[in-house]
Design a protein around this ligand. Structure first.
Ligand code: IMP
Length: 431
């Protein structure tokens, strides 16, 4: 039996959607374990495009059980909106195929407001968040003020928790010059939306435990990327959850021994949205080529993505701290036509060379990339589905990355089409 965890191994937007969809077609259960509706996955199945933010990707496939784990922060209004939008496209969503952990915490409207007020208040220090209330909702979780889904069935608890959150949020709101929380209305809105989602709420850890006994295949679908991890990413320019594979265990309630295979999705170059260090970032014509050919526009916020050469220092570090067993290299076709392709192999800081990203904010902003150049390929790899059909230079590029990172590239994607994929090793076939 094998359960697979998929994570992004850069700063998100590695093209997880297509691979997660392919893997979810082989899985029995698909689980989201962290983040919230800051994620954006686009799936194209039989020419129909589905845009998902919060729901696990398996939801568009009949017969799959989808689980939103306790590690997720959940905006119930967005959830209902996403369910309705998918239902209008003919997707079946019922309490039988969508279960949400009773210990997941809520994102409420004032979390979103606080996120935006903070971002707007200090352009110098802003993080470039998705403004969806993710950070403030996790803050309330850690501060032990949140409302968890399992508490919604008791109106008295909900009232008390709203009061408690108002005690914390009202002084902050007053600092930003906005009115205190309208407790009565928030309470009514919460109870109202609860009636629409209550059928889905359950202790999902029990469901997962039973599924493991029954040897079902579970796919854990990570959102964002490892370099946005709250502990191991480029702090403070990170998201507020743990995006590394280990969190699949905590964020869903199964033992870590059941996470058998960790697949790191890695773009063939590097992109990032929002602020923060990016050692191999490009500002020249190579940026234009990557951004244009890669259509590098954020799915959630529509912001242009920053682009740069592949950074093997970062991906190697991520592979080591996340226990990545195999890589899926995406968007290889975007590199078609370059005379030379550069790969960052180490950093220079002062007179020193290092092979890791330093932890301090100042040093992270000071590191300079040291590149190795390799010859590009002049033919197109677009649509290639067989390793042997790749041009020699493309094979050399991939083999160079494998050597730098110390992990095999198991899967390569060569166009947005699902079929245009080279599979050297299928994670679900691994024992
Ligand atoms: P937050 O998650 O909205 O708090 O945003 C924190 C940082 O994570 C910002 O730099 C966002 O651009 C980034 N971020 C959040 N979600 C995603 C995602 O799904 N893809 C890429 N970047 C993301």
């Amino acid at each position: 039996m094998v359960n697979v965890v998929v994570i992004g191994s850069q700063w998100g937007d590695e093209g997880k959607g297509k691979l997660v969809d392919w893997l979810s077609s082989q899985a029995d259960i698909v689980v989201r374990f962290q983040g919230g509706h800051n994620a954006g996955h686009t799936l194209v199945i039989d020419d129909v495009t589905y845009k998902l933010s919060l729901l696990p990707s398996g939801i568009v496939r009949p017969g799959k059980l989808c689980i939103i784990g306790n590690g997720v922060v959940l905006d119930p209004w967005k959830l209902v909106e996403e369910i309705h939008s998918l239902q209008s496209e003919g997707v079946t969503i019922t309490p039988e195929n969508l279960k949400i952990s009773d210990t997941a915490t809520l994102i409420l409207p004032f979390h979103k407001e606080l996120d935006a007020m903070r971002e707007d208040s200090s352009p110098k220090n802003n993080l470039g968040t998705t403004r969806r209330g993710i950070g403030p909702a996790y803050e309330d979780k850690v501060g032990r003020r949140s409302i968890r889904l399992g508490d919604l069935k008791d109106p008295k608890t909900v009232k008390n928790r709203v009061d408690l959150m108002a005690l914390h949020h009202d002084p902050l709101r007053s600092y930003f010059g906005v009115n205190p929380i309208d407790k009565e209305n928030i309470y009514k809105d919460i109870m109202n939306i609860f009636s629409k989602i209550k059928g889905h709420i359950s202790p999902v850890w029990q469901e997962l435990r039973n599924s493991i006994y029954q040897k079902k295949k579970i796919l854990f679908e990570g959102a964002q990327g490892a370099l946005l991890d709250l502990d191991h990413g480029t702090y403070p320019y990170v998201t507020s959850s743990n995006t590394l594979a280990g969190y699949a265990s905590i964020g869903s309630g199964i033992g870590p021994q059941h996470l058998n295979y960790i697949l790191g999705i890695t773009k063939a170059y590097t992109t990032r949205v929002g602020s923060g260090p990016f050692p191999s970032e490009l500002f020249d014509k190579n940026f234009d080529q990557l951004a244009k050919r890669g259509n590098e526009i954020g799915t959630v916020t529509g912001r242009p993505r920053r682009c740069g050469w592949f950074d093997s220092v970062l991906v190697k570090q991520v592979a080591q701290i996340s226990g990545i067993k195999g890589l899926a290299l995406t968007k290889l076709d975007v590199l078609d036509g370059f005379d030379e392709i550069k790969i960052c192999i180490k950093y220079k800081i002062g007179n020193k060379f290092i092979d890791y990203i330093p932890s301090s904010i100042s040093e992270q902003s000071e590191v300079e990339p040291v590149y190795e150049s390799i010859r590009g390929w002049k033919t197109s790899v677009r649509g290639i589905r067989n390793w042997l059909d790749l041009p020699r230079e493309a094979k050399e590029y991939i083999q160079f990355l494998e050597k730098q990172i110390g992990v095999d590239v198991d899967i390569i994607t060569t166009s947005p089409e699902r079929e245009d994929t080279i599979v050297k090793r299928n994670p679900f076939d691994e024992i």
